[in-house]
Design a protein around this ligand. Structure first.
Ligand SMILES: [Zn+2]
Length: 380
């Protein structure tokens, strides 16, 4: 099916990988962005309501001032980035492990409890972003912290320093575990000056910005199906010489040979397998009334995306081609994007090109694509 711009398969199983699948990744990131924006909206409303209740308790019988009627200006947030020093000798599996373990240590224990109380940290959402460049793999963490109140300049400075110190301490603590084949340790270490970057934001506009900050990938080459809806790529547009993993699939990327790109992609695929990309602090989703959904469940929302089905083919044809010549499926998508259904039919033989009436019937929910298959094909 196609929406006139991008084509995709419908009625197939979705892998649900936020890391390695251009189709699922775009859908999941889009949905995760919604969740973050929703949480920030609900957080602001909770803060407004608390302030309004307090005001009313102090001003019985009086009319609520307008600034306490809308939640637009409520809520304070910190956007942060954590990085590690990295070089080309370091395997991604190692730096990714180090950054995740460092983070886990940072946000646990009584020092973190005290910090949360001191700086009114309600919770956070954190995401892993991975890029590749001249210095090898560069996994880093983006996080958005929800604060229940504002911080003055002194508090901000103190918090930044505390976070940087704690990040450095925790990375040094986990770093000892990573040794080269010859037994010498890798130089896993925090960046001395730029190990942490914090930006303080407030109000409703922070919501959209935070959603993008957490869920976007650099350069945005992953958005196959939702390119229009997700106007991404503007915030973190590709810095020179550094690409997102999907870009590694483009021939000639960074001047790498096909073999190098293949090795890098497989390394990326393996290192990220079963890792969680975006996580929320304990209880934050529940607090902010955001439903708990797995990546696979979100990917299924693909079937709700608009578009018209132009060609329908028996399941076994798709399955056979996926096994024998999977690149044909990509060629078929290319042809479908040009609405060249004759070409689609040539690539995936045994199906039916649908008429406008049939396309509309499917879009209106009056028919299913399979209804138009020749009877022989639907028989088992
Ligand atoms: Zn997928």
């Amino acid at each position: 099916m196609t929406n006139g711009e991008k084509a995709r398969f419908t009625g197939t199983m979705l892998c649900g990988s936020i890391w390695a699948c251009p189709t699922c990744s775009a859908i999941i990131r889009h949905e995760r962005a919604h969740e973050v924006a929703l949480a920030i909206g609900n957080h602001a409303e909770k803060l407004r309501k608390a302030a309004a209740d307090q005001w009313q308790a102090e001003h019985e019988g009086q009319r609520l001032p307008p600034e306490l009627m809308v939640s637009d200006s409520f809520g304070n947030y910190i956007f942060g980035t954590l990085t590690l020093r990295h070089d080309r000798t370091m395997p991604l599996a190692m730096t990714l492990d180090a950054i995740l373990k460092g983070w886990t240590k940072m946000i646990n224990g009584s020092p973190w409890q005290r910090a949360s109380e001191r700086w009114k940290i309600r919770g956070f959402v954190r995401a892993i972003e991975i890029t590749y460049g001249v210095n090898g793999w560069h996994p880093h963490i983006h996080f958005v912290m929800f604060l229940d109140g504002d911080l003055d300049d002194g508090q901000r400075e103190a918090m930044q320093q505390w976070l940087l110190d704690r990040w450095k301490t925790m990375v040094k603590r986990v770093a000892k575990a990573y040794k080269k084949k010859d037994g010498n340790p890798y130089n896993v270490a925090p960046n001395d000056e730029h190990g942490i970057d914090l930006q303080f934001k407030s109000g409703k506009d922070a919501g959209t910005a935070a959603a993008e900050y957490i869920t976007k990938i650099q350069g945005d080459k992953g958005g196959v199906t939702l390119a229009q809806e997700i106007a991404r790529g503007d915030i973190k547009n590709g810095r020179m010489g550094s690409v997102n993993p999907f870009q590694l699939l483009d021939s000639g990327c960074l001047g790498l040979s096909d073999f190098q790109r293949e090795d890098l992609w497989l390394e990326y695929w393996q290192a990220t397998l079963r890792r969680r990309c975006i996580t929320w602090s304990r209880g934050l989703k529940e607090d902010m009334e955001v439903e708990e959904l797995e990546d696979e469940e979100l990917a299924e929302k693909a079937d709700e995306l608009p578009g018209l089905v132009g060609y329908v083919v028996p399941n076994r044809v798709y399955k056979d081609i996926r096994k024998s010549a999977p690149e044909t499926l990509a060629d078929a998508l290319d042809a479908a994007e040009r609405e060249d259904w004759q070409e689609v039919a040539r690539l995936l033989p045994g199906g039916v090109i649908l008429t406008d009436e049939q396309q509309d019937a499917i879009a209106d929910g009056e028919a299913k694509p399979g209804d138009y298959l020749p009877t022989m094909s639907v028989m088992v």
